[in-house]
Write a protein that binds this ligand. Sequence first.
Ligand code: NAD
Length: 462
Amino acid sequence: MSVNEQMVQDIVSEVMAKMQIASEVTGSHGVFADMNEAIEASKKAQKIVGKMSMDAREKIISNIRKKTIENAEILARMGVEETGMGNVGHKILKHQLVAEKTPGTEDITTTAWSGDRGLTLIEMGPFGVIGAITPCTNPSETVLCNTIGMLAGGNTVVFNPHPAAIKTSIYAINMINEASIEVGGPDNIACTVEKPTLESSNIMMKHKDIHLIAATGGPGVVTAVLSSGKRGIGAGAGNPPALVDETADIRKAAEDIVNGCTFDNNLPCIAEKEIVAVDSIVDELMHYMVSEQGCYLASKEEQDALTAVVLKDGRLNRKCVGRDAKTLLGMIGVTVPDNIRCITFEGPKEHPLIATELMMPILGVVRAKDFDDAIEQAVWLEHGNRHSAHIHSKNVDNITKYAKAIDTAILVKNGPSYAAIGFGGEGFCTFTIASRTGEGLTSASSFTKRRRCVMTDSLCIR
Ligand code: NAD
């Protein structure tokens, strides 16, 4: 056979293989009326994915990345429109980040031992069908980021998205399956139900074919998943404090903290939710925040009015979550110019607008006597979530002391919080930070199980 004939034959075989794969699962682009049907379709798709080469998985992932960039603006607009939360420009950046920095199959690695008694490998294998629960704060970002990682690990995924973001989540799930089909992969690598409910979530959590559940959301869902009797990855709530000491570049700290806090109107779970600053620099820090960083200094009366609106009857008012500062101030009858992007005030750590995870650009400042007092107050404010914390300091001993005391999955030093997910910082991106179950920033390897593969007395060629 000539080289040309061989090439033609290879192309024909490839096309045939693609056609067979595409016809094995009927097309629904991942959306089903019933959770059991969604899981069944996902199981069929996983059988195909499980037999695919790593290279073929990577082709699908590349196409998901490409489509995510192409659709970043649509997804961002849909997310803001459907949920009423966040900022379109920032959501576009978040989608670009997911596309460019979520790890793919390169994250699936092998550990090997070889010696006189042979060769032993630890391989990272798929769980099969993973159940995933996603939040309304980063709806399509989480769906896309989870799917890339889970698929890289050889899994398929069934989502029970937040009902308030179902249209946006379905758009992302359709797009993912189109990306797969376009490059010869199966339909239904990511599935969902049309109308997610607590009941559909319970069906998923109890289903015999779901062996791993990844929950991204508040404390309720993480507790539900960890009580399911299945292996669970729990990415729960945070209330990240930003600590500032007297050695920091105070002007830059003000800029970084307000940039991080106002990103996507403070929706990210990693975003600065309050400041703890040592006494000697509090006034200087607040001066820069107000004079240079678009912070509005709220009076005592305005703080009380905000508390009444934001924490209506002691409960977080969903109508305020993810709104910009101007809108929030408008809700209490205060009109401010467009350059106002954050609301600030000084208060004790117990102040409800400081102690509560608000997910809106309200940034209270707590004054500390000294660095040790600042640590103590910051640890209290983090509420034991061990999720995220930030510090602005040039003193490595202080940074180390704080890092040990606060014990969080993320600790950003001298930068905005979003540096933690690879935006203006080194490292990969994720929108599922599993602080409660210890995986930390999840990636493809988090969605695999370790399998030991042993050959005795041979294959050692040392
Ligand atoms: P949420 O807890 O209201 O909802 C999250 C998801 O869990 C939704 O799909 C919801 O339908 C589901 N859910 C809620 N209670 C459930 C239960 N008892 N059983 C089954 N499913 C349940 O959270 P949200 O408002 O969508 O998102 C904001 C919260 O999520 C914040 O607390 C934020 O810190 C957290 N979050 C954490 C991460 C992380 O990576 N750790 C990422 C994003 C958001």
